[in-house]
Design a protein around this ligand. Sequence first.
Ligand code: SAM
Length: 220
Amino acid sequence: SDSNFDYPVSPSCYDWSKHYNKTLSEQPEKRVTIADVGCGYGGLLVGLASTFPDRLALGLEIRDKVVQYVEDRIEKLRKDNEEKNQYQNISVLKTNAMKYLPNLFYKGQLEKIFFLFPDPHFKKANHKRRIISPALLAEYAYVIKVGGLAYFISDVEELYLWMHEHFKGHPLFEEVKLEPTDDPCIPLILNATEEGRKVNRIDGKKWYGVFRRIEAPTSN
Ligand code: SAM
């Protein structure tokens, strides 16, 4: 049940030192600015660690065993790269990302948020379980700063179209057309995650989109 989740009442109540002890002991004011929603086995986080060495990135994952796997993976990377002080900037949190994001992050805290190969929930009755919906987009818009970017990708065209349509219809996001050479995150979302690699192995197709958080339109 949800009582198993270690989620704070508000962002100020959460102790991040258990995630980024080394970094925060030197820079106590530093905050998470990159979130990977439904991070799975952590392939994106590992790529982000070296692509954005001065940023803190957090994976959000709901399955216990998967969270444990990612914790162990990061722990090992930290140990193996101790002299270079690498992988101190990535971590994972067990949580239901559909429920607790504003408890974890302040308004405008995030520069980037990722939704990579989310569960499709094909049946119409299950569409409400999809990680992108008008209500959830309002929460994502709250935690992303103006100018920040949301990335999504799927190998299921129907789900891609669903995510695209919902972002497109939201007044606080505008589409940004980015090619793989325009932004180091595009090659990562295409190829860094376990799910992305699975699609590569079967030569499957992928569709992605990027949306920028914009100011609320002023009415006059
Ligand atoms: N992004 C990863 C990748 O590309 O390899 C994993 C994709 S996997 C198909 C979807 C992941 O989202 C699963 O690991 C699942 O447990 C997680 N997930 C589903 N609903 C979630 C939720 N409400 N909060 C956090 N994680 C969730």
